[in-house]
Design a binder for this molecule. Structure first.
Ligand SMILES: NC(=O)c1ccc[n+]([C@@H]2O[C@H](COP(=O)([O-])OP(=O)(O)OC[C@H]3O[C@@H](n4cnc5c(N)ncnc54)[C@H](O)[C@@H]3O)[C@@H](O)[C@H]2O)c1
Ligand SMILES: [Zn+2]
Length: 378
């Protein structure tokens, strides 16, 4: 979409923190990425035309400092603001926590014209986003993602949901936010393993669609990891812009575009299933899954081994694993097949044709997959 890119570049000149504008059937929204941008939360929200009160729901790890700062910013924008701290993680991304949040909104008589602000990692964003999608049949939501995974991935695109005992994200809705505001300063307290997992998804965006971004990740790894200088902010902005562009082009994952984000994910999901959730962080499993996918692509003659090694080096420079231990290749293949069965049809593999160039293939022979999986197991 060259026209859109051009107009986005022009807008960026006047509005340097703007990473992208996501265009969806539920409206367009700005994604702002920078340092100290949280102080502009209320004023940015006002610009969207949003009125009413603000219900700020945040991961308790962000108390008191970052949440108070966000609350003050909302109040400066003229919003009466109520705050709820949630003790939240993957294990309570569930109906019980949903009920806690909804009861809190009910006690405060939150109305249709009010706005819910989700502040935290992807778990908070998914759960609070789902509350917003269903509270009074839908109220406005703003995302203030504070983990790298939430910044480059879950806060953009409108997917919300909670887990059931039977499986992850079984209950959910598409509910696009009014605004996404990402303050890179929030990442300073994120544990290093969570940072690395987020970098996996960001590097993935470079691998599938943006060779320049991939170069940047290679060149600036030490600065990125230390969050020094402008490099990290620029890389997160570009990674966010890629996700935003894909969502704008294929909002409901019905076309050929959004599926590219699943690079590495077929094997990643199988690794997560076989190893039991918790052994690998999702981003770590994605790093190993991307190595398996690269192994498939070389075996099919789509890329040379030099690109596979380049991918390995960049992932390792972000402290990500590229091999898995103590797992059985057959069990992983079985898990990809049961995933396939539940979706119907054949597996649609996302594979690279070159740096920054991904495509999909359905005709990958079983023995090629087996060899590529064996190659990423110790
Ligand atoms: N909606 C989507 O499109 C989408 C995409 C990818 C992932 N997800 C979902 O996102 C979730 C994973 O996201 P996540 O990795 O952010 O998980 P998370 O929300 O559990 O955050 C990871 C950890 O970091 C902590 N944390 C968050 N921000 C912090 C900060 N600034 N400082 C210190 N600690 C902080 C959290 O308390 C948690 O312990 C999963 O539930 C996944 O299903 C959704
Ligand atoms: Zn992922």
């Amino acid at each position: 979409m060259p026209d859109q890119n051009k107009s986005q570049k022009q807008t960026r000149k006047q509005d340097p923190d703007l990473a992208t504008i996501v265009r969806t059937t539920q409206g367009s929204y700005r994604v702002i990425v920078g340092r100290d941008v949280v102080d502009g939360l209320g004023l940015e929200l006002r610009k969207t035309g949003q009125e009413g009160r603000a219900f700020l729901i945040a991961d308790e790890v962000l108390f008191p400092g970052p949440v108070r700062r966000a609350q003050e910013a909302l109040e400066r924008g003229g919003y009466e603001t109520h705050v709820l701290a949630l003790e939240i993680g993957e294990s309570n991304k569930n109906l019980a926590t949903l009920e806690v949040v909804c009861s809190w909104l009910a006690d405060r008589r939150a109305e249709r014209g009010d706005v819910v602000v989700a502040m935290g990692g992807g778990v908070t964003g998914d759960l609070v986003g789902f509350v917003a999608a269903t509270w009074l049949r839908g109220v406005a939501v703003v995302h203030v993602p504070t983990s790298l995974t939430a910044m480059v991935d879950s806060s953009i695109g409108g997917k919300t949901g909670v887990n059931l005992p039977q499986g992850k994200n079984l209950l959910g809705a598409f509910h696009q936010p009014k605004l996404v505001l990402q303050d890179v300063g929030h990442l300073e307290t994120l544990p290093p393993r969570e940072m690395a997992a987020g970098w996996a998804e960001a590097v993935k965006h470079g691998l599938i669609l943006d060779a320049d971004l991939l170069d940047m990740f290679e060149r600036l790894a030490p600065q990125m990891i230390a969050l020094e200088g402008d490099g990290p902010v620029e890389a997160i902005r570009r990674s966010v812009a890629i996700k935003g562009e894909i969502v704008s082009a294929d909002e409901f994952e019905t076309g050929d575009r959004r599926v590219l984000l699943n690079y590495g994910h077929t094997i990643a999901h199988a690794i997560e299933t076989v190893s039991g959730y918790g052994e690998y962080l999702h981003g770590e499993a994605v790093a190993i899954g991307m190595m398996a996918a690269a192994g498939i692509a070389t075996r099919l003659g789509m890329i040379d081994s030099e690109l596979v090694e380049r991918q390995r080096r960049v992932l390792e420079s972000y402290n990500l694993p590229t091999q898995a231990s103590n797992l059985d290749a057959e069990a992983i293949i079985d898990a990809t097949k049961s995933d396939k069965k539940s979706r119907g049809g054949t597996i649609r593999w996302v594979l690279l044709e070159g740096p920054g160039q991904a495509t999909t293939r359905r005709d990958v022979p079983d023995d090629v997959v087996l060899e590529a999986v064996q190659a990423v197991l110790d």
